[in-house]
Design a protein around this ligand. Sequence first.
Ligand SMILES: CC(C)(COP(=O)(O)OP(=O)(O)OC[C@H]1O[C@@H](n2cnc3c(N)ncnc32)[C@H](O)[C@@H]1OP(=O)(O)O)[C@@H](O)C(=O)NCCC(=O)NCCS
Length: 427
Amino acid sequence: MKPADLRGILKYVPQYRNKTFVIALDGVITESENFSNILLDVAVLCSLNIRVVLVHGISSQVKKITDTMEGFTPSDLDGTGITDDQTLKVALIAANRCTHEILEGLTTADLRAVTCNGITAHPMGIIHGVDHQFTGKVERVDVEMFQTLLKDGIIPVAPPLGFDGEGNTYRVNSDNIAATLGIQLQAQKVIFVTSEDGLFCNGHIIGNIQSENLRQKLNDPANTWKPEQISKAQYAIQACRQGVPRVHLINGLVNESLLKEVFSNEGVGTLIYANEYQQIRRASRKDIRTIMVLIKQAMETEELSLRTYQDIENRIQDYYLFEIDSHAVACVALHPFSGKEAGELACLFVNPNHENKGIGSKLVHFIEDKARTLHFKKLVVLSTQTYTFFKSKAGFTDGSESDLPPERLQKYHESQRRSKILIKSLI
Ligand SMILES: CC(C)(COP(=O)(O)OP(=O)(O)OC[C@H]1O[C@@H](n2cnc3c(N)ncnc32)[C@H](O)[C@@H]1OP(=O)(O)O)[C@@H](O)C(=O)NCCC(=O)NCCS
């Protein structure tokens, strides 16, 4: 690895620290030559304090076992069809073997891992008159168990099986498990590691697509898809709708694809993303009172500098509100520095009842994206009590008075707040 690659990776460290990635390995990947490299990539993620959950499929393993069983054809391969008694038995053998190989590989990479009974499933039931027998779907995830393991630096390994509490085991589709874990564990990413370069529509790979656009494409009968990818696309949409910001599909047969997808702007596979900013809107004059009420307390405790109604009104076009159920719970502003390709992120405030849910970070990223679309090269923030948040959670670094244009510098001195000046390069 070149030093430049390492620098590129380090840029992402604050953003991903203590965040959860659910990585779903297709069965064919765990059998491939590249599997040990993937586990090394997982080790890199763990070393950067990213919390990893591994999910695996077993279609390829079930097929291989049943190919050697004369006169026996499995009733299902991927946990979406009918799983009869005999096929379930084969699935259990395949799953145990595969989980064991993953645990073995993780041990070789010096990583601690366990498999657990944290997935509760119930039968898929009778669909269009057909009993799906031992095929199940996820009913519940033992979030506490998974979070405890993750906090302790242990990788949970989830096979494509679920338990019902009455001694029954069900064969569950691994995409279903990955998406549900992603949603329940509030994961930052779900990454499907497959044997394809990405998601294909009409024979062409999709680079990146917003989940809602993917849903429309999937519903359009004119489009053709690789049949085995449809469930991944559907679960990706479901995960994005329920709070997972990004779902990736990558080719696990290619060396370093996992790290390249996570740590580069371009990515190598398909990125399906939620509209993270749908709850953010530009403020208008009628929101001035709301902003005043929202930030009143923070101004009193000097977390925010004083702003009058008039101050806000004069620059209302710079302000944004974050709403939940049409109720403003946070705000932020981007004040451009006139004549400079730079601006100030200001007035970031999250209602204390909504703190620690990622809203502050989302607003910072939103302002960063806005600044980039305005071709700003630098973002500045002035902070008296929150500078560690900007440094550790948003990648800002120490700046100096020379980062402020003269008129802003004058105000800075006049306020006597002696705020720390932090900057983030957007180049
Ligand atoms: C700072 C603030 C915007 C964070 O909003 P949020 O929605 O809670 O932030 P997120 O959920 O994205 O991130 C929470 C993380 O930031 C950390 N954090 C929150 N406030 C912090 C602070 N003042 N210093 C350092 N870290 C802080 C939390 O401990 C949490 O860490 P964790 O992820 O390791 O558990 C919010 O607390 C706030 O409005 N504070 C008062 C106003 C203020 O100071 N604004 C900045 C003006 S420059």
